[in-house]
Design a binder for this molecule. Structure first.
Ligand code: NAG
Length: 411
């Protein structure tokens, strides 16, 4: 708060100082932040009066002068300009082209006119903004790791990692920072993929100490198996912090990725590549809610097996889902796939077993019938006959003998 008040007070002071035509004023420092290799304006305003001479200093060394003697120091190497008509009007702004990190520091402008002197300090900060992140899964080191890279940034960027959903495991990334000849940093941060959590989204976040937006890039990888001729949904879900993104689907078989379709959830406008138009379907209403899943219709083994990439993008944020999709041939085609011949053997074994069981049952039944007709009935008949011969109490004497003989054959 106090800093804010000071900035306002300083600003008002400066305005009043220039407006009241005080020629001996000493205005407070001004900070200018410029981008690497762009043009930069170091402001210096004074009350116009005849016989001006302007000198720009850096650490008490004259860098550029105009007036009595016009000169430019070697340090600026022809990159500095001042415009005489502007100076006549009280504007001694120094224009510096192709700014580099070596230009950072405190500058002072000193103006002398027939009516007095004016001096102002300008602090020049130089930064190189983040232009983008790259995040990829690397298997080069023998294990799977996520690799996040950001190039040509100043001041040195800060890289942090997160997962979605959040994990309780301690993420231990290794981040290397390297500066090039110009003083710009490249950060390379690697995080080992967590074991036993296949569906995690890995998020790499990058910021710089000068402020500005936080950049994020996130990635999820998966493998999917489908069947030829059977519709397949390739899932793609954005993390919750991405609002109204642009969705882009592409396909690759190891070569350069080919465009499938693009959907802008703000305008609802979608474009599909002609080759894919009749093979894919996207529910546009679900995209603003983070569901960009793609339906692959009537897929073919030869044409549609490969890697599908889905990218949700917004300013400063991207989320990528990469699916390795295998399209198996139909199971009826037994000659091409080892899996079909395996099932054929299983079927044969089952059929043989069923046949054997049926044969055994039939055999047992036949044997039982044979036993009934050959041994039991004659015995019973003779018994019955003998019982009938004996007369009376025939049922009591016949039943135990009949039950014992009949049971194994009947069951
Ligand atoms: C002063 O001059 C610079 C460059 O010559 C120009 O960009 C700037 O707008 C001028 N400032 C004012 C207040 O006229």
């Amino acid at each position: 708060m106090s800093a804010f008040i000071c900035i306002w007070a300083c600003f008002l002071l400066r305005i009043s100082a220039t407006a009241t035509a005080a020629t001996h004023d000493k205005t407070p420092d001004e900070t200018v932040t410029c981008l690497v290799s762009e043009e930069c304006h170091l402001p210096c305003m004074f009350t116009p009066a005849p016989n001006q001479s302007v000198r720009w200093f850096r650490r008490d060394v004259v860098m550029f002068s105009f007036g009595e003697t016009q000169a430019e120091s070697q340090a600026l190497a022809g990159r500095a300009t001042m415009f005489p008509p502007m100076i006549a009007g009280g504007n001694a702004t120094l224009v510096l082209r192709e700014v580099g990190l070596k230009d950072r520091g405190m500058y002072r402008c000193h103006v002398r006119t027939s009516e007095g002197e004016h001096s102002a300090k300008v602090v020049l900060k130089v930064e190189a903004l983040i232009h983008g992140l790259s995040l990829e899964l690397s298997r080069l080191s023998g294990y799977e790791e996520m690799k996040c890279t950001v190039r040509d940034v100043f001041p040195p960027p800060r890289v942090t990692w997160a997962t979605e959903p959040p994990t309780f495991e301690d993420l231990r990334p290794i981040t290397r920072m390297l500066a090039d000849k110009r003083g710009l940093y490249t950060a390379d941060s690697r995080l080992k993929v967590l074991k036993g959590q296949p569906d995690l989204i890995y998020i790499c976040k990058v910021t710089t100490s000068y402020g500005g937006p936080t950049w994020t890039s996130s990635l999820r990888e998966r493998t999917i198996t489908g069947n030829e001729g059977r519709d397949l949904t390739i899932p793609c879900f954005a993390p919750p912090y991405l609002n109204s993104p642009i969705l882009h689907w592409s396909f690759s078989k190891g070569e350069d990725p080919a465009h499938i379709l693009t959907y802008d959830s703000r305008s609802g406008h979608s474009t599909a590549a002609p080759a894919w138009e009749h093979h894919v379907e996207l529910d546009g209403f679900r995209v603003p809610f983070g569901d960009g899943s793609l339906r692959l219709m009537d897929p073919e083994h030869t044409r549609h097996q490969g890697t599908y990439s889905c990218i949700f993008s917004m300013p400063y944020n991207t989320h990528t889902e990469r699916s390795d999709v295998a399209i198996d041939l139909p199971t009826a085609n037994r000659s091409t796939s080892p899996q079909t011949s395996y099932w054929w053997i299983v079927g044969l074994v089952v059929a043989v077993t069923v046949l054997a069981l049926t044969a055994m049952l039939v055999y047992l039944r036949l044997r039982g019938n044979a036993a009934k007709s050959s041994s039991r009935y004659p015995e019973e008949e003779t018994e019955l006959n003998s019982v009938r011969d004996v007369e009376g109490e025939g049922e009591n004497s016949r039943r135990p003998a009949g039950d014992n003989n009949g049971q194994p054959g009947l069951s």
